[in-house]
Design a protein around this ligand. Structure first.
Ligand code: SAH
Length: 470
């Protein structure tokens, strides 16, 4: 590899590159006389002019200046602010290619970190579950309010890693109702001289609005985050009436609330919620399971793909109705309740107490009495239950955060010896590490399936089916 001194490269210098590879962060990789540069907003196969932004000893970063010859897989990003916003790192790549990129990312990790052979993995990988419609898939959005340079009230998104608001009321990932709701709130603010929040001096009232939609039920939630009490929101009743009157045809704003956040903080939601209209929650379904969603509760943002992901987990679990199943890292019990439809008994374990309260409420809501939940760390609850109470499992499902499973947790799974382990993962590197660990202790990978929950971003979810040998 050539060093940067020998090539005499300088910051701001313009060079030509061909993009040859892609990182898991979504940056293209091209080499200049063997010296690698990372370039955002590019596609494998692009021939580009770039300007050097940063030089390290053995690699550098550069900014796209001109696409000389576009890659065959390049498309024009439909969103006009895709580059400034930075929320969608892959919009310049055709959706089909995005899916194969994600699949190869997972395959790459399973080979490099997991130690699997190429043919072996290709045989085990099922086709990726992509979205039929990779737009307007998010059921939740949080828009900050502010003022434009010319003084208008605006709502939008923060530009990547900054706090300047890019005006985008109709983000293509969110539901179509977002812009109508934002416009209604903005007009109300203009009319009654309600100030948007200004971070710099901690003044102004309206910080954010949280909008959530139940895709199946058509119910919409609007929650205004205020730097002040409800009484500071002039003519709140008028705003409520306006929001309620916005839609029709099975879509309606059924929950309106305010979240009080008077802190100088980046955290969006305040912990205190004041209800203005409706029951304080909306309802939605994944498959046949019903969930109650309040402003602060966690809920998967892509319900259509979540159903596919959990159906895969359920399929891989091969339940007949007689099984005892553990669902580790269960969150609000989404997978647990899904499994409970086909299992004898499900036990969920989750570290956040509030999530377990929601999980129990959701179990009651669905009249399911074959699920129970434990609050605590998976690596503590499971060993304790196994050693003290000799609990048993036919199948164990795990859905850990990015850092993967703790080894104590994996060791306990091996000791309990379930017939199957279903591993749901949002990070292919720790997934590969953990299935390798289980593989060395008697669990063989049978099937792998990727599911695209976050189109146009680099994230990918994967489900793996492992079976105990001997
Ligand atoms: N399966 C859930 C969410 C999984 S996200 C769903 O589909 O909704 C991972 C979850 O693991 C989070 O809810 C997080 O709070 C929880 N968690 C993180 N570390 C944990 C640990 N050590 N033990 C148990 N749960 C943990």
């Amino acid at each position: 590899m050539k060093s940067e001194q020998k090539l005499n490269l300088k910051k701001n210098q313009e060079i030509s590159l061909t993009i040859e590879d892609f990182t898991k962060e979504g940056e293209g990789l091209g080499k200049y006389q063997g010296f690698p540069f990372f370039v955002k907003d590019t596609v494998i196969g692009d021939e580009v002019r770039v300007s050097i932004t940063k030089l390290k000893k053995n690699y550098g970063y550069a900014r796209l200046v001109e696409i000389v010859t576009p890659s065959r897989d390049r498309v024009t990003p439909p969103c006009p602010v895709a580059r400034q916003c930075g929320g969608c790192k892959l919009q310049q790549i055709s959706y089909e290619k995005q899916l194969s990129f994600k699949k190869s990312l997972v395959e790459g990790c399973l080979m490099r970190i997991g130690g699997f052979g190429k043919e072996d993995i290709e045989q085990k990988m099922e086709p990726v579950y992509g979205m039929e419609e990779p737009w307007h898939y998010r059921n939740k959005a949080q828009f900050p309010f502010g003022r434009s340079r010319d003084g208008r009230i605006i709502a939008g998104f923060y530009a990547g890693r900054t706090h300047s608001i890019i005006e985008t009321e109709d983000c293509l990932l969110g539901v179509r109702e977002n812009s109508t709701i934002l416009q209604c709130i903005r007009e109300h603010m203009e009319q009654y001289k309600i100030e948007p929040y200004d971070e710099a001096n901690h003044r102004g009232l309206v910080r954010h609005v949280l909008i959530r939609k139940g895709f199946r039920t058509g119910e919409l939630m609007v929650c205004l985050v205020l730097n002040g009490e409800v009484k500071a929101l002039t003519e709140a009743d008028v705003l409520v009436e306006r929001l309620r009157g916005l839609f029709g045809d099975g879509t309606a704003v059924t929950s309106i609330s305010v979240s009080i956040n008077r802190e100088k903080t980046n955290v969006i939601m305040g912990s205190r919620i004041v209800n203005l209209f409706g029951p304080g929650y909306i309802t939605d379904y994944i498959g046949n399971v019903k969930y109650r969603i309040s402003p602060l509760s966690f809920y998967q943002v892509n319900p259509v793909q979540t159903e596919k992901l959990y159906s895969t987990a359920l399929e891989y679990a091969e339940l007949t109705g007689k099984e005892t199943v553990w669902d580790l890292y269960c969150g609000i019990g989404t997978i647990s309740l899904f499994l409970a439809q086909k299992a004898k008994q499900v036990y969920g374990v989750e570290i956040v107490p509030q999530a377990i309260e929601d999980a129990r409420a959701n179990a009651r809501l669905n009249g399911m009495d074959n699920v129970s939940f434990f609050v605590g760390k998976a690596e503590e609850v499971l060993p304790e239950q196994y050693e003290k109470h000799q609990v048993y499992a036919d199948v164990i499902v795990v859905d850990p955060p990015r850092k993967g499973c703790d080894t104590v947790c994996l060791d306990t799974i091996v000791k309990m010896g379930p017939k199957r382990v279903v591993y749901v993962s949002c990070d292919s590197a720790t997934l590969a590490r953990d299935v390798k660990y289980l593989g060395e202790r008697g669990y063989q990978v049978e099937k792998v399936r990727c599911c695209d929950m976050f189109g146009h971003s680099t994230h990918v979810e994967t489900v793996v089916k492992l079976e105990r040998k001997n």
